[in-house]
Design a protein around this ligand. Structure first.
Ligand code: AHM
Ligand code: MG
Length: 325
């Protein structure tokens, strides 16, 4: 059998500092534990609604709360972490330490899929913490380009961790004995694709550029694009992005007119930014419309943002349509 390198050994080969590796290993270990809780489903009584809502007024599932607590506890116990922020927590939580790193996370992305046994995941982003004082919300509001590490775990047919620190993007598969083994080194997103992911039920609310782009895909060989397209929509960003990591494609959750004041559905700090870093490092592109998501200066912790990411050449086709208005 092939001998696979494990996550700790792979991280040892990275030039990043030891404290950062400690943070990533802590998150990875917690994701392995989350995978077991998610897999136990109804057996552990963890399916269904928690009976509460989060800061964004979304109904929380029991597993949103359980996994948020698991990650929060692990990060508070991890020496180099000065503060954390989560989709499920209204405010940032300083750990009482100064310096080191800040972590933002979506503990269980794809909540609508939990109870129906479709892939869900955990997304995380690591930023440098300020030296000299305990972090406040303002210290978290750094552009995505400042991220020193980012990744996601996807709890699917295989549990996988996809992570980037100082260089490329590597994919690890969770073994039966609970180890993250390097099965997908140096992931690269194909620049061209004929597969898109978007929630088509929002079509009537889209901006004209998005409509024109999707219309072009739907016309297939008979339209100006001259090729047939395929469509997928898992409704778990983690699963949709993972598919793009594996075989290319574009993922879109654009602005739409349902709630015109909200710039999109997905959150910048713990969904769009970490995914954008992974996608760019793997050779893809990630934009909010005309500009790169990683260049956005966040205005608030739970800020939403339109997202278009994936195969580089196809993202440019979409950017051109959006530019045309
Ligand atoms: P969540 O963090 O509450 O699970 O919401 C984010 C999810 C993404 O994973 C996914 O891409 C999107 O919401 C699906 O939205 P929709 O249900 O509108 O298709
Ligand atoms: Mg989410």
């Amino acid at each position: 059998m092939t001998a696979f390198v494990d996550l700790a050994a792979r991280l040892a080969a990275e030039p990043a500092d030891a404290a950062l590796k400690d943070v990533v290993l802590t998150i990875a270990e917690t994701c392995a534990q989350i995978s077991r809780v998610v897999a136990s489903g109804a057996l552990s009584g963890s399916l269904g609604a928690a009976g509460s809502t989060n800061v964004q007024d979304e109904e929380q599932k029991k597993l949103d709360v359980i996994t948020n607590d698991m990650l929060s506890d692990a990060l508070k116990a991890c020496g180099p972490v000065a503060g954390l922020a989560s989709e499920e927590l209204e405010e940032v939580e300083p750990t009482g330490r100064v310096g080191g790193y800040l972590v933002t996370f979506d503990p269980l992305d794809g909540s609508s899929n939990i109870d129906v046994n479709v892939s869900v995941g955990t997304i995380f982003s690591v930023l440098p913490a300020p030296a000299g004082h305990a972090p406040t919300e303002g210290d978290f509001l750094q552009p995505g380009r400042n991220q020193v590490a980012a990744g996601y775990a996807v709890y699917g047919p295989q549990t996988m961790l996809v992570v980037t620190l100082s260089g490329g993007v590597n994919g690890f598969t969770l073994s039966a004995d609970g180890r993250w083994l390097l099965t997908h080194p140096d992931l690269a997103i194909k620049p061209d694709t004929a597969e898109f992911a978007i929630n088509m039920s929002n079509q009537r609310h889209w901006a004209p550029g998005v409509r024109r782009y999707i219309d072009g895909c739907l016309q297939g060989k008979d339209g100006a694009r001259g090729k047939n397209f395929n469509m997928r929509w898992v409704a778990s960003m983690v699963a949709d992005v993972h598919r793009i990591m594996m075989r290319g494609g574009v993922f879109m959750y654009p602005w739409d007119a349902r709630e015109p004041d909200k710039p999109g559905k997905l959150r910048l700090m713990y969904e769009a930014n970490p995914m954008s870093l992974l996608v760019e490092r793997a050779g893809g592109k990630s934009i909010e419309g005309l500009t790169e998501i990683l260049d956005i200066k966040p205005a608030k912790l739970h800020q939403r943002v339109p997202v278009v990411l994936g195969s580089a050449n196809e993202v440019e086709v979409i950017r051109a349509e959006m530019r045309a208005g």
